[in-house]
Every structure is written in C-alpha cells, then in structure tokens.
Design a protein around this ligand. Structure first.
Ligand SMILES: Nc1ncnc2c1ncn2[C@@H]1O[C@H](COP(=O)(O)OP(=O)(O)OP(=O)(O)O)[C@@H](O)[C@H]1O
Length: 258
C-alpha cells in the first residue's frame, strides 16, 4: 500500500472550549485531488490552517509524506517538533488563501521571487526566469510589472497561485480560492486550478463551496460536519447518492440556493 501524502491521526483542535476538530482521522494519497465540503463552521478551513502550522493543535499527530509534522523522533521517542523540523516538513506544502495575501508594495513578479522562502537555492536570474514562466502559466506574463492594486481580484489570485508554485510544493492547499471574487472572475481562477489538478504533479486539498467544481476536479470528496469527516466518496457517488442525513440536507440546501 502506498504511504499517504497527508495523514491526520486523531487530531484535536480547540479554540478555548470550542472543539473544532474532534479526533480527526483523515488521509490524502500522493497525487490525489481531494475536496472538502460542508456547512459553515464545520472545520474545513481549520484542517488547512493546522496543516500549515498556522494554528497549534491540542492532540493527535499530522504526518506529511510519512513524517510527523508536529512531532519528531529524538532518542527513539516522539517529542514535540523543533521549529527547524516543522519548517523542513512544511516546505512541502503551499497554501492559496481566500484573500490572496499578496505583498501590496511588490509587483506581481516581485511577489513571486522577492521573498527568500520562495527562492531558496536559486540565483536572482533563475528565480526571475522561473517566476516569469509561472506567471505565463497562469496567463499573466504581461502583468509582471503590475502592483496588486492594479490587478483584478482574479488576476491577484492567479499571481498568488504562481507565487505558491514558486516554492515547489508537493502539496497544494486551496482555501475557498474563489469566494472573495466577483462572479465573472471565478472561471479564470478555476481554470488554473483545474490545470494543476489535471497535471498530476501535485497532491491537492481544496476547501470549496463550489459543488460543481468539486465534483468535476476531485478524485474524492469529503463532507465535514461538526469537526468530523462524516462521509467521503467518489464525487459522483457522494453527490449522486449521499448516505448521511446531514449531507443530504446540506446538498439540498445548496441546490435550493442555486
Ligand atoms: N481564531 C479563532 N478563534 C476562535 N474560533 C475560531 C477561530 N477560527 C475559527 N474559529 C471557529 O472554529 C469553527 C470552525 O471554523 P472554520 O473556519 O474551520 O470553519 P469552516 O468550515 O471553514 O467555515 P466557513 O465555510 O464558514 O469558512 C467555527 O466555529 C469558527 O467560528
């Protein structure tokens, strides 16, 4: 059996008394494209944020490519991970946020190649060449010199994707990547994600409210409710023949809303 690329083993995440992830067990295989759907507050974004180590967890272990992320081996024992250990494992993961998070004082090109975390081990010329190739890939080579304020939301999100790819991640996390966009810009961003999913080069975990897109691009869709994964399956099975009552209710509400 192949080793999962991402594994959550009884992960517990709480904000004070509010338990957001409740002993979550969840895996994503290497090269798999998995979407997480579910009602607001069910813990979808939290799954991505704890994996990015943007939030601490209170219990359990997360593994990336077989290595524990928040724990490490020391003298034959699993102990809390050091900052260096976390940085090394985390460098395999790139995240695209709902709100782009570009540096406003940097051009599109500089956003991709000016930060040391994006350019490790490359000369300036190599970093620039690669960033230009990535901007071209997301259809924005002609906007390389533009600042975020001179770009539409859809263009900013495509720069954010190019910037994430510049880190050479093996895993891509997308947190509702189109929900901050005007409707006419959604398609151009989905097209880029669709291409990345089709390329087979990445393990992708996508949190989305766009059921049609989740159904189209995913190898597997997971339904979260109340901090647990309550149903998962092939997209056509999960959407076409949902078993869990909460999932049935959720899907009929989403369909009603159009
Ligand atoms: N920093 C925080 N402090 C306190 N509570 C938080 C924090 N971040 C998230 N929560 C709470 O954790 C729960 C899960 O949040 P999360 O963002 O993971 O949900 P979600 O399923 O992604 O929801 P949505 O679809 O609305 O984005 C919610 O009840 C939320 O209010």
């Amino acid at each position: 059996m192949t080793q999962p690329m991402i594994q959550f083993d009884k992960v517990l995440k709480a904000y004070g008394a509010l338990q957001v992830l409740k002993d979550l067990d969840f895996t994503v295989d290497k090269g798999e494209v998995v979407s997480i759907i579910g009602p607001s507050g069910s813990g979808k974004t939290t799954v991505l944020r704890v994996l990015m180590t943007l939030e601490p967890i209170q219990g359990g272990t997360m593994y990336v490519d077989g290595e524990p992320l928040n724990r490490m081996q020391a003298n034959g024992e699993l102990v809390d991970a050091s900052a260096a250990h976390i940085r090394r494992i985390r460098s395999k993961i790139g995240m695209v946020f709902q709100s782009f998070n570009l540096f406003p004082h940097m051009t599109a090109l500089e956003n991709c190649n000016e930060s040391p975390i994006y350019t490790q081990g490359k000369t300036k010329a190599e970093a620039t060449e690669e960033s230009m190739r990535l901007l071209d890939m997301v259809g924005l080579a002609d906007k390389a010199g533009h600042y975020p304020s001179q770009l539409s939301g859809g263009q900013q999100q495509r720069v954010a994707i190019a910037r994430t790819l510049a880190m050479h991640p093996e895993v891509l996390l997308f947190d509702e990547p189109t929900s901050a966009l005007d409707p006419e810009m959604v398609g151009e961003v989905l097209e880029v994600i669709r291409e990345l999913a089709r390329s087979g080069n990445y393990t992708i975990l996508l949190v989305t409210h766009q059921m049609g897109f989740a159904r189209e691009v995913s190898d597997r869709v997971c339904f979260f409710d109340g901090g647990r994964m309550v149903e998962q399956g092939l997209p056509d099975d999960l959407f076409g023949n949902p078993q869990n009552e909460r999932l049935q209710q959720f899907l009929s509400k989403v369909l009603e809303a159009g």
